[in-house]
Design a protein around this ligand. Structure first.
Ligand code: B12
Ligand code: SF4
Length: 492
């Protein structure tokens, strides 16, 4: 059956505060949809992957009109939900016989609600879709109902909504085919924020799925956070293919915690070194899973940067997040990574439940003392499918507009702070962190290439806007501006 996998059309301005959107542009390969398109192709169907980062809504509909697929799968997280609904409506208006499905974090978390909110959707694919979608398409081809297809919620002809039993997690990740990157088209169109990569083109790889932690704000399918690993051989095969066959020069390992299993991480690094492949890489990790020896091995294997979710400089607030780390571990890990020669990025969250304005300022000072190469100061978002969303009355108030569900949107305000305080702390944080003379001098002295110069210039431009405007939230706030913490937000 002719199929399409579509990421709805979006622009950086939809996600980031408009003045800094151009320096925050992050067009990465959409790995989840790519896995799905690969599996559809492996099952013998013709498939087209459309990445809405590069298409307007109208262009996407024109493509649907030309191809007339039998199945369309839309991928959506919370911030993309209204765009996915608009795409579903547009596609059904072209041809009501096209089966339109939605998948990804948002519809996976609130399946029935998604089908109720969007009458044009025929079904939802819940969680990992690699095994579910080929089965769903086979049923459509045979003209059969979706009753009993595990991991699917669907609307029957009489309008009733059925949520089938969940599909178990894929235990052996090696059975999933390696994504076919040619489905992405021209790689040059993908772009990362300045300072976020060393070489191009950049491929995205995941060597494991899931996370052993249980942070209250992190979306991972309910009860399905268990970590599973691909075999080292399977990962090495993909990396070799990416570098030797496709010519990628950098890999972003998207694993939640690349170093969750120290022994396996060491083995992967050893194999990368043995192969003498020409690529650099970037990983995300947790401060309580690294040590100097491991970080040094990473550097030797070609790693140039590491991200640690530092989140807060106040232990009480880290505990509220259920981060499971101590401030001391953050200090030790960041110092060790710097000593090993890695560039360190540490995101922080402003507006943690129970956090006061003064505590948020303490986090800013902690970030300054920690002195990573890059620090971000995000707002919290209560994504459906998280502890924060499920118990919102306990923690604060939330926006009812899913467009605000970004790291800059201010969709959540804790009982202990106001929206204005969150915005003020973010402005102070960016100004305080990035205007330190020592920091600026080090950045300037580190300029070695045209790329470095571009990075510094773009960073300076964003910084100027933050300095001049202090405009750090992208949320379209209701008028008049509220004084309290209920602006546009609701409890529950
Ligand atoms: C890489 C990434 C990005 C990248 C690239 C996004 C891209 N083009 O794909 C960038 C940096 C651009 C990004 C931006 C944002 N992201 Co992001 N991102 C991720 C991250 C780390 C990995 C996504 C991934 O590739 N996973 C691996 C694949 C294999 O899993 P998957 O995508 O879930 O796909 C599986 C299923 O969902 C399903 N599926 C997915 N799509 C489809 C489609 C069809 C048709 C079918 C059938 C099935 C299916 O099957 C897939 C395979 O099993 C996740 C966290 C995570 N670990 O998942 C956050 C995550 C998806 N991001 C999130 C958020 C909030 C954002 C931002 C809003 C942040 C911001 N700046 O404000 C923006 C939104 C940008 C946008 N327009 O969508 C949240 C979403 C939460 C939610 N409940 O909605 C997540 C879950 C992080 C988190 N834990 O909170 N992100
Ligand atoms: S925020 Fe990071 S450490 Fe916490 S559950 Fe999510 S992936 Fe795991």
């Amino acid at each position: 059956m002719k199929s399409m996998v579509i990421l709805p059309s979006w622009k950086p301005d939809d996600i980031y505060p408009s003045k800094i959107a151009s320096s925050a542009i992050s067009y990465q390969h959409p790995l989840g949809p790519l896995y799905i398109a690969t599996c559809i192709q492996e099952a013998g169907h013709e498939v087209e992957l459309v990445d809405g980062a590069f298409w307007t809504h109208g262009e996407i509909l024109d493509k649907v009109r030309r191809l007339r697929p039998g199945f369309v799968g839309l991928s959506a997280n919370a911030s993309m939900w209204t765009k996915a609904m608009k795409a579903a409506a547009g596609i059904k208006a072209i041809d009501p016989s096209i089966h339109v499905s939605a998948a990804g974090p948002y519809p996976s978390a609130v399946q029935e609600k998604s089908l109720e909110q969007c009458p044009e959707l025929d079904s939802i694919v819940i969680g990992e879709g690699e095994l579910t979608v080929p089965e769903l398409i086979a049923r459509l081809e045979q003209g059969e109902s979706l009753t009993g297809v595990a991991g699917v919620a669907f609307r029957a002809a009489d309008g009733t909504i059925t949520v089938n039993e969940p599909r178990p997690l894929i235990e052996d990740l090696d059975i999933i085919p390696i994504p076919r990157r040619e489905l992405l088209g021209d790689f040059d169109k993908y772009e990362s924020p300045p300072g976020n990569y060393r070489r191009k083109p950049i491929a995205i790889v995941m060597t494991s799925r899931g996370c052993p932690a249980r942070c209250i704000y992190c979306f991972q399918m309910k009860g399905e956070r268990r970590i599973r690993y691909r075999s080292v051989d399977n990962v090495v095969r993909e990396v070799e293919e990416l570098v030797n066959h496709y010519g990628f020069r950098e890999i972003r390992f998207l694993d939640e915690t690349f170093t969750a299993d120290r022994e396996r991480a060491m083995e992967l690094l050893r194999r990368f070194r043995e192969l003498r492949l020409d690529f650099s890489f970037f990983v995300s990790s947790r401060v309580n899973t690294v040590d100097y020896e491991l970080l040094r091995e990473m550097k030797k294997a070609g790693c140039w940067a590491i991200l640690f979710g530092a989140e807060s400089g106040v232990q009480k607030n880290l505990n509220t997040l259920r981060k499971g780390v101590k401030l001391e571990q953050t200090r030790t890990a960041v110092a060790a990574a710097k000593k090993a020669g890695l560039k360190v990025t540490t995101p922080f969250i402003i507006g943690i439940p129970g956090e006061t304005y003064e505590e948020a300022l303490e986090t800013v000072e902690f970030a300054v003392r920690l002195d990573p190469h890059v620090a971000n100061f995000h707002t919290m978002a209560p994504f459906p499918g998280t502890e924060l969303y499920d118990h919102i009355e306990k923690y604060g108030t939330m926006s009812s507009n899913t467009d605000d569900y970004t790291f800059e949107g201010g969709a959540f305000v804790p009982h202990s702070m106001t929206r204005e305080e969150i915005e003020r702390v973010r402005t102070i944080a960016f100004r305080r962190f990035y205007s330190r003379p020592g920091f600026i001098l080090r950045r300037l002295l580190a300029v070695r290439s045209l790329y470095d110069l571009k990075t510094v210039t773009k960073g300076a431009r964003s910084f100027f806007w933050l300095w001049a405007r202090g405009d750090t939230l992208s949320m379209k706030r209701p008028e008049p501006r509220s004084q309290g913490n209920k602006a546009g937000n609701r409890s529950g």
